[in-house]
Design a protein around this ligand. Structure first.
Ligand SMILES: NC(=O)c1ccc[n+]([C@@H]2O[C@H](COP(=O)([O-])OP(=O)(O)OC[C@H]3O[C@@H](n4cnc5c(N)ncnc54)[C@H](OP(=O)(O)O)[C@@H]3O)[C@@H](O)[C@H]2O)c1
Length: 253
């Protein structure tokens, strides 16, 4: 199944990383279904892409906290498309609240897991069911290096991403050989609205969303199953994961 020629669904299409993915995919001729919260912002994004590249771009306004709606999103997307075939779905939505605030505010803590994990599991499982029935497709989940080891400074977000990474690993195993491919994406620090005021955008460790999107699009085109982006995060996280616990406890990561 040629993913790039079939329509691609982008969940959370207004995110900094997703905007770049959308741009790079339409330049390759991939029709899109964009899913995000704001109908007005979606219309602006879709019109811009259609005008610049003359390609089909459909939109669906949906909030990931509408958990009961997640299982029907693949059908909603298919109804927007002639033929209903979906080649690829890319999960980009996510929230990261300051650790100190989420520790004290149960609403923020709950939302961290509702958006990053529960809604993601519901919607991706529904896409997997649909794709396996149709004979194939590609599922891409943007997780995070933060899920590789719990750290005091960001463990609630990290735990939600660890859950997402395990979900994607398990789905890849479950659907192996069925034509449904599952790709886990683990970005390091990326210069987007999520990290504004937290990460220094001129730090050599802070990547541009253009670079991260290019790595994701390349992973879809090749046989990748799990990528770190930029790739040097694979080595950084191997070191962090292997720091002995007693030493790790004394660090302030
Ligand atoms: N930036 C980084 O350093 C970094 C590193 C590792 C992983 N990631 C992951 O990469 C993905 C994309 O993030 P980003 O960096 O591009 O940040 P971003 O620009 O802040 O994007 C986050 C997106 O999530 C959407 N969202 C939040 N709550 C939602 C809800 N209830 N329903 C639907 N959409 C919702 C937001 O929608 P609105 O536009 O409506 O606000 C926003 O577009 C996230 O999963 C993030 O965890 C980012």
């Amino acid at each position: 199944m040629k993913t790039m020629n079939l329509p691609c669904v982008i969940l959370g299409s207004l995110s900094g990383i997703a905007r770049e993915i959308a741009d790079q995919l339409v330049r390759k001729g991939t029709p899109l279904v964009l899913v995000a919260r704001s109908a007005e912002e979606l219309e602006i994004q879709a019109s811009d892409l259609k005008i610049r590249y003359g390609i089909t771009v459909e939109t669906i306004a949906a909030d990931a906290s509408e958990l009961d709606r997640m299982s029907s999103l693949p059908e909603e997307c298919a109804r927007k498309l002639k033929g209903g075939n979906i080649g690829c779905v890319i999960l980009c939505w996510g929230v990261m609240y300051p650790q100190g605030e989420a520790e004290k505010n149960t609403q923020l803590l709950k939302q961290t897991f509702d958006i990053n994990l529960t809604s993601s599991a519901l919607v991706l499982q529904a896409f997997a069911n649909k794709m396996s029935h149709a004979g194939g497709g590609t599922i891409v989940g943007i997780s995070s290096v933060a899920g590789d080891r719990g750290r005091g400074s960001n463990y609630l977000y990290g735990a939600s991403k660890a859950g997402l990474s395990a979900l994607l690993d398990g789905m890849r195993h479950r659907y192996h050989g069925t034509g449904v491919r599952v790709i886990t994406v683990k970005p390091g620090m990326v210069n987007t609205p999520m990290t504004k005021g937290i990460v220094n955008p001129s730090s050599p460790l802070c990547a541009s969303p253009i670079k991260v999107a290019a790595d994701i699009v390349r992973a879809i085109e090749t046989r990748s199953v799990q990528i770190y982006t930029p790739e040097y995060w694979r080595l950084i996280m191997a070191v962090i994961r292997n720091i002995p616990e007693q030493l790790f406890l004394k660090s302030r990561l």
